[in-house]
Write a protein that binds this ligand. Structure first.
Ligand code: GYE
Length: 306
C-alpha cells in the first residue's frame, strides 16, 4: 500500500544506474580526454556505462540511441556530432520514458523538453576570446591582415559557434579579413591537408585560426613543410588546450590557445544521479575555462592533466 515518496529516505539512484553514452568518435586529443573522463567518472560513481563510438557519423549515433532505448537503460547521454536532425529519435526516448542528457555539443531542437540538460562549454564565447586577442594584437596595423580559418566538423555546434564568435569580434577592425575558411573535420590529417591547399592558393597568409588544437597541429606540419615558421611567419590561434597544443604553444608555434575543458565526466555523473532521483537539474550547465598565450603555456604545461 502506497509509500509516501516524501518520507521515503532512499534515493532511486541508490540502486545500480545504467547509462548509455553515445560518443562522437575519437577525432581529437580533446575527444580522447573527454572519453576517459566519462569512463573514469562512471566507474568512480558506480554507474554502469554502456559506451558507443559513432565514428563522427550521425546515423551511428541514432542507431546507438535506439539500441539504448531497446535495452531500457536508465539514462541516455550523448554528444551530438551535428546540431540538426535529432527530434525524431529524441521523441522516441521521451516516449519510452528515458531521460536524455546532452554533453559537450548542443542540438537545435525547438522542443527543449526533449532533453533534461545540456552540459558543456560556451563555444560562441570561445570564438570571441580568439577574436578579441587578435583584434588587440593588430590594433595599430595599417596593412590588411589575411586570416585563414580551419573549421570543425560541418554542422557541429563548436564549428558554427566558434566561427560566429570570432567573426563578431574581428568585425571591429576592417583590416582583419578571413580570406579562406574550410572544414578540417577537427582532425590533424585534414588540418594538414587543407592548410597545404591554403598555402598553395594564397601568397600572403598572416594568421591561422583553427577551431581545435589538432587541426592547428596538422597545419603546423604543412607550414613547416612550406619552409615557413609557425608562430612567426603565420600567427596561430587554436581552441582546446590539450597537452600537444600546450607543447606547441610553449615552443612558440601556437601563439594563443582558448581553453575548452573536456573533463565533463564528473558533472555528467552528478546530473545522471539527480535526474534519476527526480531532482531539479539546471537546463544549462556551462563549463568554466581560460585562455593562454605561449608564455602562459610554458608555465602551465607541467600542470596539464590531459
Ligand atoms: O573542440 C574538438 C573535438 O565538441 C568541444 O570536438 C568539442 C570539440 C573539440 O573534436 O577538438
Amino acid at each position: 500500500s502506497g509509500q509516501d515518496p516524501a518520507v521515503n529516505k532512499e534515493n532511486a539512484s541508490d540502486r545500480k544506474i545504467t547509462l548509455g553514452f553515445s560518443q562522437v568518435g575519437a577525432e581529437s586529443g580533446w575527444r580522447t580526454a573527454n572519453t576517459k573522463s566519462i569512463q573514469d567518472a562512471a566507474k568512480e560513481s558506480g554507474i554502469e556505462l554502456k559506451f558507443s563510438d559513432a565514428q563522427q557519423k550521425q546515423e551511428n549515433q541514432i542507431k546507438a540511441i535506439r539500441n539504448f532505448i531497446q535495452q531500457k537503460v536508465d539514462v541516455i547521454a550523448f554528444s551530438p556530432v551535428v546540431e540538426s536532425g535529432w527530434d525524431t529519435v529524441l521523441k522516441e526516448a521521451k516516449d519510452a520514458g528515458i531521460p536524455v542528457i546532452l554533453t559537450d555539443r548542443a542540438v537545435d531542437s525547438k522542443d527543449t523538453s526533449l532533453y533534461e540538460t545540456f552540459i558543456g562549454s560556451d563555444f560562441v564565447e570561445e570564438g570571441r576570446s580568439a577574436g578579441k586577442w587578435l583584434v588587440e594584437q593588430y590594433k595599430d596595423t595599417e596593412e590588411e591582415i589575411n586570416i585563414v580559418e580551419l573549421q570543425g566538423t560541418t554542422g557541429s555546434a563548436p564549428a558554427i559557434d566558434r566561427q560566429k564568435g570570432f567573426a563578431e569580434e574581428i568585425a571591429f577592425n576592417p583590416k582583419l579579413k578571413v580570406i579562406a575558411s574550410q572544414t578540417g573535420d577537427f582532425t590533424r590529417a585534414k588540418g594538414k591537408e587543407v592548410m597545404q591547399a591554403f598555402l598553395k592558393a594564397h601568397k600572403k597568409i598572416d594568421v591561422l585560426y583553427a577551431h581545435n588544437d589538432d587541426m592547428g597541429l596538422g597545419a603546423i606540419q604543412a607550414i613547416e613543410a612550406a619552409g615557413l615558421k609557425p608562430g612567426e611567419d603565420i600567427i596561430i590561434i587554436t581552441v582546446d588546450g590539450v597537452k600537444d597544443g600546450f607543447v606547441a604553444a610553449s615552443e612558440g608555434k601556437i601563439n594563443f590557445i582558448v581553453e575548452c575543458n573536456p573533463l565533463l565526466g564528473p558533472q555528467l555523473m552528478d546530473a545522471v544521479r539527480d535526474v534519476v532521483d527526480g531532482k531539479d537539474v539546471a537546463k544549462r550547465i556551462v563549463t568554466v575555462e581560460g585562455v593562454f598565450t605561449s608564455e602562459d603555456a610554458k608555465r602551465e604545461l607541467p600542470n596539464r592533466q590531459y
